[in-house]
Design a binder for this molecule. Structure first.
Ligand code: MN
Length: 500
């Protein structure tokens, strides 16, 4: 359901006619080689396509128009191999709506000390050519990423790769549909927000549906479909005795499968790649969807519980960004603490944690749910794998969306949790729980988050830059004094930058 195979980033090299055809031919050769070299790096999630060397305002404008109207182009990477007077770039960059990465590199990594002459100097001018391009980016206040280093360096590959992943998620967000079954959990503030602003600023649309419509879809599920899905369950998970064939609660597993199939049909029919539900509004459903939501997330769907459409869209974005990487991504909630031994967070939810974050074979279990007043729901239970990761939250500040990213270290629980009937992750936030939670609370970060050990803060920072979204990072360097000042400065910046 996430397919990046048709997507591409365009590699555009700038020059001018001043140097004559011989030099331009060399520039073209070098540009093709650089694009090919970058494209061959395993850090790149998608193709890099080299475009002709740009030498005029007209061709640059046409290229930017073509990038904007291309269905597959997720963004443009620019490099000024020679000097390319940047007034030529104004018309194009003014119209460009796709993400921009300015690569400041040089074809050669070493100076040819004994042979360097003026021809070499005229060809290899990015040291000043890219500064001219940098000026116009700054002068036009362009949202962009700047990557500096030799094009064969691993850090350059990883920085470009992170940007490409963020750009794929941004591309996806521009036609993402979030389906909502029911409204937000009553009286909750942080899961609310302005859907019109979200569509204007972030691209995705949020559409409400009656949960009864979903219920009807579930009722139409055939027995053959249910048999196929429950066979999958039996195969993929350690199914507890009572849910197995002949077990006393097998009927609940069939019901859970029926909900999953109905939900899949509904999402496919409406073209939605993310969704929300709420335990307060389950009319027509026998159980709160548990295993259904978990398996849909594992397939790449975004999800937010209790009507949380902002987190559903963020889960989807993180799913796209982390596609093909080890580590997974899940909807998450800071649930409860262990305030000793380095102060740890136990993250979980009522049911809906994605099995992509574990290396274990999940067990399929059934337990009562103390809220919602429905039948006991079937869920997958497991513990998240250890690793360095990010925990991210998006909130609506009224005049803007704010993304809060905390670097965390997911660890193994010190003790077994034999009575805990839900999937869980245990982590220590950076720099520590005291500072991280203080900063998080000052920033108004939600209890609902996305947890991923596949991503680094760089991916999310790049995504926020593309979206023009405020991004706050809480990591090993965070101090409360400077974090609180950053909040005040950002308030002022966004107030001024938004204008009317
Ligand atoms: Mn919740």
């Amino acid at each position: 359901m996430i397919d990046l195979s048709n997507l591409e980033a365009w590699f555009v090299t700038g020059s001018q006619h001043l140097y004559g055809p011989e030099t331009l031919k060399k520039v073209e050769q070098h540009a093709t080689e650089v694009a090919r070299g970058l494209g061959a790096s395993l850090e790149m999630p998608i193709r890099i396509v080299a475009k002709p060397v740009m030498t005029s305002s007209e061709s640059i404008y046409q290229l930017c128009q073509a990038a904007d109207s291309s269905k597959n182009c997720i963004g443009v990477i620019t490099w000024m191999h020679t000097f390319s007077p940047s007034r030529m770039w104004i018309a194009g960059l003014k119209s460009l709506r796709k993400p921009l990465l300015h690569l400041h590199t040089q074809f050669n990594d070493e100076l040819p000390w004994s042979t360097i002459d003026m021809d070499f100097m005229n060809l290899n001018q990015s040291a000043h050519g890219d500064r001219e391009f940098g000026f116009i980016g700054a002068r036009m206040r362009l949202k962009r990423k700047v990557v500096v280093g030799h094009w064969k360096d691993a850090d350059v590959h990883s920085e470009i790769g992170a940007w490409m992943r963020a750009a794929c998620a941004w591309h996806d967000a521009q036609h993402l549909k979030v389906a909502r079954f029911g409204d937000n959990m009553r009286n909750v503030a942080v899961t609310e927000g302005n859907k019109v602003n979200a569509q204007i600023d972030l691209g995705y649309t949020v559409n409400g549906y009656g949960v009864g419509d979903l219920g009807q879809c579930v009722q139409q599920v055939t027995e053959a479909e249910i048999n196929k899905f429950t066979a999958d369950y039996d195969d993929a998970y350690a199914v507890v005795e009572s849910l197995r064939k002949g077990g006393g609660k097998r009927q609940s597993l069939l019901e859970a499968a029926k909900i999953e199939i109905g939900l899949r049909h509904f999402l496919e029919e409406t073209g939605s790649q993310a969704f929300t539900d709420t335990f307060e509004d389950l009319h027509g459903l026998a159980q709160l969807p548990g295993i259904a939501v978990q398996r849909l997330m594992a397939d790449g769907y975004g999800f937010g519980a209790e009507g949380d459409w902002k987190t559903a869209a963020l889960v989807r974005a993180v799913k796209v960004m982390s596609h093909g990487l080890k580590g997974g991504a899940s909807f998450m909630e800071d649930y409860t603490y262990h305030l000793k031994d380095g102060a740890q967070v136990l993250g979980a939810h009522m049911l809906e944690v994605c099995p992509s974050i574990t290396n274990e074979k999940p067990s399929a279990e059934i337990h009562p749910l103390s809220i919602g007043g429905k039948a006991d729901p079937v869920r997958l239970v497991f513990t998240a794998a250890s690793g360095k990761g990010v925990n991210a939250s998006v909130v609506d500040m009224g005049n803007r969306f704010r993304l809060i990213v905390n670097q965390v270290n997911v660890i193994q629980p010190q003790h077994p949790l034999p009575k805990l009937p839900v999937a869980r992750a245990v982590w220590i936030p950076e720099p520590n729980l005291k500072v991280a939670a203080t900063a998080w609370i000052h920033a108004g970060g939600a209890h609902h988050t996305v947890l991923s050990c596949a991503l680094t803060p760089e991916h999310l920072e790049n995504f926020a830059e593309m979206a023009g979204m405020e991004c706050l990072l809480i990591n090993a360097e965070t101090t409360i004094a400077s974090f609180v000042k950053e909040l005040r400065w950002n308030d002022m910046y966004h107030h001024l930058a938004n204008g009317f």
